[in-house]
Design a protein around this ligand. Structure first.
Ligand code: ASP
Length: 368
């Protein structure tokens, strides 16, 4: 039996062609995919194309579009062996991270890809990215998919999506995964390092599961009945903000952010290993926000490495007032993780416990 792959087009450069008259890039008729890339007929699988009714530039990605994408995958989950998502590269890391939280206990691959040049361009990187993504999605052992997580494939490398960040607007090598090695390299052979692949474990909070259940889940004794079932968890809370520190940031700016009506969470992008200014007004504003039940997570502005609160005096205060450590998580993953946990945890303690734990391989557990 040939594997079935659902190929979903959300938008982005990969599916665009130059209008012969206006010369502007526009999305091509996706049902004509095989006309533009006849090579994919040679792959040993059935490919069903599916296009968003209104393909978008990924700069327009938002919770509603994420939900649409999640729903397409969820409703087709049982009928396909894997999913390849064509997506603009600009916010691909955010979408990949979001999907990783939406689908708990994933048993099939979801591979996002895109390209720097449109598919109709002579020098396009789209064909290799698409063909290899499809090939990766169909890798299996006796019908069991080898990849059972959300990935990004771009320019000969397969990454865990929630570890990636877009690093270049020009080079074909547009992504990097600074804190976790690539899961596969495409050369003459497709080399998947299976030791790096995500192994499913049930850790997530659920509406019924409390901290005690969490402790049990951590020791891998799950309390859930549906142990081997994928759980679709599409509800996210959007009342969050990313506050990037910069030298000279004023009290007025921080105050107005902390006072946003209905705000539930702040991703605080700090310097180096989690350091922030030590002025008392800053700490007081954060303290006030925490008292209002706003969750605050410390994420580093550095591309690689981790937050280590307490290493310098400049982060000790953050730790003392109850700021959560993002460890080595990227901002792209921290944001949807916060949106997800705001939905599924009730207490500050649970939020901290779950945020500082790897739920989908987005964080290195061994970091303190
Ligand atoms: N602006 C485009 C997008 O993210 C760029 C790309 O497709 O890579 O949708």
């Amino acid at each position: 039996m040939k594997p079935n792959i659902l190929l979903i087009y959300t938008g982005g450069t990969i599916g665009m062609m130059k209008d012969p008259e206006t010369k502007a890039l526009r999305a091509f008729d996706f049902s004509q995919l095989l006309v533009h890339i006849p090579e994919i007929k040679q792959l040993d699988c059935h490919i069903e194309p599916y296009s968003f009714e209104y393909p978008i530039d990924s700069s327009d990605m938002n919770l509603e579009e994420w939900r649409k994408l999640g729903d397409v995958i969820y409703t087709n989950y049982d009928d396909y062996d894997g999913f390849v998502v064509l997506h603009g590269s600009d916010t691909m890391s955010f979408t990949g991270s979001t999907l990783s939280f939406m689908f708990e206990n994933l048993t099939k691959p979801i591979i996002l890809t895109g390209s720097q040049l449109p598919i109709g361009d002579l020098r396009t990187d789209a064909k290799e990215n698409l063909i290899t993504s499809l090939q990766l999605a169909i890798q299996n052992n006796n019908g069991i998919p080898i990849i059972q997580e959300v990935c990004i494939y771009f320019e000969y490398q397969l990454y865990r999506a929630n570890r990636t960040t877009k690093i270049n607007a020009e080079h074909f090598e547009a992504f990097s995964s600074p804190n976790y090695p690539p899961l596969a390299i495409s050369g003459v052979h497709l080399n998947i390092d299976t030791s790096l692949l995500w192994e499913r474990k049930l850790v997530d909070p659920s509406l019924q599961v409390n901290s005690t259940a969490f402790a049990k889940a951590e020791s891998k004794i799950s309390t859930r009945e549906e142990d081997n079932r994928m759980n679709y968890r599409p509800d996210f809370v959007d009342a969050v903000v990313v506050l990037k520190l910069f030298p000279g940031i004023t009290e007025e700016v921080v105050k107005s952010i902390c006072n946003i009506k209905g705000l539930k969470g702040i991703i605080l992008e700090t310097y180096g290993s989690g350091n922030a200014l030590t002025q008392s007004w800053f700490i007081h504003l954060l303290q006030e926000a925490l008292l209002k039940n706003i969750r605050i997570v410390n994420v580093t502005q550095c591309k690689g490495g981790a937050v280590s609160m307490g290493k310098y005096e400049t982060s000790t205060q953050l730790m003392k007032i109850g700021v959560v450590s993002g460890k080595d998580i990227t901002t792209e993953a921290a944001l949807p993780k916060m949106m997800y946990l705001l939905q599924h945890t009730k207490t500050r303690e649970d939020f901290k416990e779950y945020f500082e734990t790897s739920l989908r391989g987005e964080i290195t557990d061994s970091i303190d």
